[in-house]
Design a protein around this ligand. Structure first.
Ligand code: FES
Ligand SMILES: [Fe+2]
Length: 382
């Protein structure tokens, strides 16, 4: 039997991650701690808590979290639990006019998590008690960071700051560090896959499958027009040199992000950010996909598409936004069959992690490598 260590070889000798990491409950529970909770993992998009007062509960691998947009417009993430007797605070997304009020005994917290009211806690009509110090009973805040509208959390609080962990990608895409305008209702969709989340990332990282899985896409964005992207620190993927959108019949096109290098006239890049975000950038739009694992055998992809200017959100562009979303919908749907098929394959007893093409699959190999490092590093630390 091969082991996780076999992943940590040069690509020519390496095997993929052992199958139990895809189909075993114990391994999935370990992965939650060692991978997801020990680094910056994505939980949702900021657009889901759009305004001051917006609240969005998120079940993150069984952990109840609450995403809140405070009065200053910043995103905060808290444990979605009342500090009194542990009632879940918010059970549906919405926009609050007042504080976050617990449905049990009505303790109330402001949008920054401070406990502001404890009605009748000292007896009828006595709203305080010496034994209960509100300054010590605020909501438990979870370390969070928002980048490209993706909300990241570091549950174990042991990661370096997001800007440090991902400095290489931040530098690579610095040009795209500008406001993003979500395209509206038809610019977001979800796909549910009967597969392990890691296989969705594996597939996204490589363009090798293009001619076989995306024959239409391959007619205008061919295999040979792609290049590999392999970061040293937690990002990998592929780029194309022939991005040339045609979303209208009358010559209209979206405005571009401002000040981009000439390279982006034709190029576009698709990067998986470790562990669970898929990103795409083009001169006229960007998307991000938050990958939500639901046990080892179900994965939900939350896809959101963004544009460079507010203008792009007007009715003038409605047909083009819809068409763009539909194009991506088709491409990501085409991938489902192989991502699900690889999951089924991992139930075969003798499959040994396979081999990577040293030419075509270095980005996918890297993703396996980073998972293996995390699984082994935490083991050593125990
Ligand atoms: S549990 Fe929330 S107020 Fe009692
Ligand atoms: Fe694909």
């Amino acid at each position: 039997m091969h082991s996780i260590k076999d992943v940590l070889q040069p690509i020519e000798q390496a095997r993929g991650l052992p199958s139990h990491l895809y189909v075993d409950d114990t391994a999935t529970a370990e992965e939650r701690e060692r991978v997801f909770f020990s680094t910056w993992s994505a939980i949702t998009h900021g657009k889901n808590a759009p305004d001051p007062g917006s609240v969005m509960p998120v079940d993150f691998l069984g952990m109840p979290l609450l995403v809140v947009r405070n009065k200053q417009g910043e995103i905060k993430v808290f444990e979605n639990v009342c500090r009194h007797r542990g009632m879940r605070l918010v059970d549906a997304p919405g926009k609050l006019k007042g504080p976050i009020t617990c449905p049990y005994h009505a303790w109330a917290y402001d949008l920054d998590g401070a406990l502001k009211a404890t009605p009748h806690v000292g007896g009828a009509n006595i709203h305080h008690h010496d034994n209960i110090d509100p300054s010590e009973m605020g909501l438990n805040e979870v370390r969070s960071h928002v980048w490209r509208d993706v909300v990241f959390v570091n549950i174990n609080e042991n990661a370096e700051p997001f800007e440090v962990v991902h400095q290489e990608l931040l530098a690579r895409w610095q040009e795209f560090d500008q406001p993003l305008y979500h395209g509206g209702d038809d610019s977001g969709f979800t796909l549910k896959l009967n597969s392990n989340w890691k296989l969705a990332i594996d597939n996204y990282c490589e363009s090798y499958h293009l001619p076989f899985v995306h024959p239409d896409l391959n007619t205008y964005s061919r295999l040979e027009d792609h290049y590999n992207i392999v970061g040293n620190s937690g990002f990998a993927g592929q780029g194309t040199l022939v991005y040339n959108p045609s979303l209208s019949d009358d010559g209209r096109s979206f405005p571009n992000f401002s000040g981009l290098d000439q390279k982006w006239d034709q190029a576009a890049e698709y990067i998986a950010l470790f562990p669970n975000v898929l990103l795409g950038v083009h001169r006229d739009h960007a998307f991000s996909i938050v990958i939500e694992p639901n046990g080892h055998g179900e994965t939900v992809e939350h896809i959101e598409i963004y544009y460079p200017t507010e203008d792009c959100l007007t009715a003038d562009y409605a047909d083009m936004r819809a068409k763009n979303a539909e194009l991506w919908h088709v491409v990501f749907e085409e991938d489902i069959g192989v991502v699900e098929g690889m999951y089924e394959g991992r139930k075969a007893k003798r499959y040994d992690g396979g081999k990577f093409s040293p030419v075509m699959e270095e980005p996918t190999y890297k993703f396996h490598y980073w998972i293996a490092e995390k699984m082994l590093a935490s083991e050593a630390a125990e």
